[in-house]
Design a protein around this ligand. Structure first.
Ligand code: SAH
Ligand code: SF4
Ligand code: F3S
Length: 483
């Protein structure tokens, strides 16, 4: 799309603020307290595990149920319906849910009428097997079947257990305005696509989330505009691979790619910060990087998971890039957005990983010096290519030792990166009261660094300039010098 087309589309959207979709959204902008009221006398409780997309899905589920008259409860012991929105990414994630179900045994014993539902990726992976394995579970609902939840709940009330794990090629929940759960009123997630077509050999997501599909760009913009109207100051656009976002307007045949989408969201309001996750090294384009550089309100922060520094392992992981390609993408980021923060995901001990492969991961980390990383040891997932074809042959002890080396190096780099901020002043969007002390507030810089500073008279949702006085590897500390 040309620059002019993008501007036109964004301004058309702003003017069409009263399109039916937008109108409906305005009407839906109820406060959480209003949503907590139940119109049918029943209350649901929902607990989320896993990635940001899964947390956002819970907000979609809350919206679907509240429209049917269900009230939201923050206390599972009092709720008529207890929903766990689950994750399957590693064995540990599933174990956490299994343990949670054990704790819920008592609830079911005391209140046999309470309905217990498993949603999300574990529901999709295990299907009706979950009903057999976990006696207290009444309904099992996969990520593309949430519109069917009200029906399944009615059936469960009549004593009938239910499963809907149908995956869809079209469902994006584009018309549903999520109810912001646990919201600070400042930051919100917007899912721009669902599923994943990448088939990384270690990953269960393509099996639990189905095929990749992109959401209608207008509905994304309408949701972002609605958040702006309600005083939100930051949106994070979510997808497993945001760089492959691609939506074709059926009326005009115009194609909106990720760079164009970013640009349109950025044009909604200069006061709105835009973040996004996750970028895939094989797909992130210079066009996207130039768009980030062009707009002050698109944050200079990219999460670009490398997984491994060894080209041999990357090939086995089916990541479809090698070390040289990844390093070239890092160079492009540094060239186009010089002060961009970069973070990563790293897996230690993938099938056949040797000590040399592991050293290559460490040396790549040395090269990039990530601001932050999420680090894991490999956990074999049923049905994946790696599970079917490769031996999970790195002993657990070795996986853990390598992971610890990776974590130690990452902590060193994070501290170095943060130390370079000391003495400088950064614009911070205030998000919440500090966990450690009520006398402090905290918020993030453009580069996604958490900053803690004395509250004085500053308010959540405000932008302030904070001069940094000290840091740890996890956060920066300072004082407001300008607001
Ligand atoms: N779509 C994102 C990742 C989603 S899953 C991407 O491609 O980057 C989040 C992270 O979990 C992955 O990046 C990977 O580092 C980790 N992960 C996924 N499957 C795993 C497995 N089987 N064992 C250990 N870590 C895994
Ligand atoms: Fe999983 Fe790879 Fe898709 Fe990420 S890109 S969700 S790691 S298959
Ligand atoms: Fe987990 Fe599913 Fe997200 S497996 S990481 S909740 S897509």
């Amino acid at each position: 799309m040309s620059q002019q087309e993008i501007t036109e589309l964004a301004s058309e959207l702003r003017q069409h603020h009263n399109t039916p979709l937008a109108e409906e959204r305005q009407g839906e902008a109820l406060t959480l307290e209003q949503q907590m009221n139940s119109l049918n006398g029943k209350f649901f409780y929902i607990e989320s595990y896993g990635c940001q997309m899964n947390f956002n899905d819970s907000e979609i589920v809350a919206s679907i149920l509240s429209k049917q008259g269900y009230g939201l409860s923050k206390n599972y012991e009092a709720a008529d319906i207890i929903l766990l929105n689950t994750c399957s990414i590693r064995d540990k994630a599933e174990q956490r849910v299994r343990n949670r179900l054990k704790a819920l045994n008592l609830v079911k014993k005391n209140r046999p009428d309470a309905v217990i539902g498993i949603l999300g990726c574990m529901a999709e992976r295990l299907k009706k097997q979950l009903l057999e394995e976990e006696q207290i579970v009444d309904i099992v609902v996969g990520p593309d079947a949430y519109r069917d939840l009200p029906n399944l709940l009615v059936e469960a009330d009549a004593g009938q257990k239910g499963v809907n794990v149908l995956l869809s090629r079209e469902e994006t929940y584009g018309d549903i305005n999520p109810i912001r759960l646990n919201s600070n009123g400042v930051t919100a997630f917007i899912s721009i696509m669902r599923g994943c077509d990448n088939m990384c050999s270690f990953c269960v997501v393509p099996f639990t989330r189905g095929r990749e599909r992109s959401r209608n760009a207008y509905s994304i913009l309408a949701e972002a505009q609605n958040l702006v109207d309600r005083g939100f100051k930051e949106v994070t656009l979510l997808g497993q691979n945001v760089d492959s976002y691609k939506w074709t307007n059926p009326e005009s045949n115009e194609v909106v790619n990720f760079a164009a989408l970013l640009e349109m969201v950025a044009q909604l309001s200069p006061e709105l910060r835009i973040r996004f996750s996750t970028s895939h090294p094989k797909d992130i384009t210079d066009e996207v990087l130039h768009t980030i550089a062009k707009y002050d309100n698109i944050c200079n922060y990219i999460h670009l998971p490398v997984q491994s520094g060894s080209s041999r392992i990357l090939k086995k992981m089916n990541r479809t890039y090698d070390r040289a390609w990844y390093v070239e993408r890092i160079d492009a980021i540094r060239r186009i957005i010089p002060d961009c923060a970069i973070s990563s995901d790293v897996i230690a001990g993938f099938c056949s990983e040797t000590e040399e492969d592991h050293q290559e991961t460490l040396s790549l980390m040395e090269l990039v010096k990530y601001d932050m990383s999420y680090m894991f040891f490999y956990s074999e997932r049923p049905r994946t290519l790696a599970a079917r074809r490769y031996d999970d042959d790195v002993p657990l002890k070795v996986k853990k030792r390598r992971l610890n080396e990776i974590i130690a190096l990452q902590n060193k780099h994070a501290l170095e990166r943060n130390q370079a901020h000391v003495g400088k002043t950064y614009r911070v969007l205030i998000e919440k009261t500090s966990k450690r002390s009520d006398a402090d507030l905290c918020g993030r810089t453009d580069q996604n660094k958490m900053v803690i500073f004395p509250r004085e008279n500053y308010q959540i949702g405000q932008y302030v300039d904070v001069q940094i006085a000290s840091c740890s590897s996890a956060s920066l500390k300072g004082k407001v010098v300008n607001s």
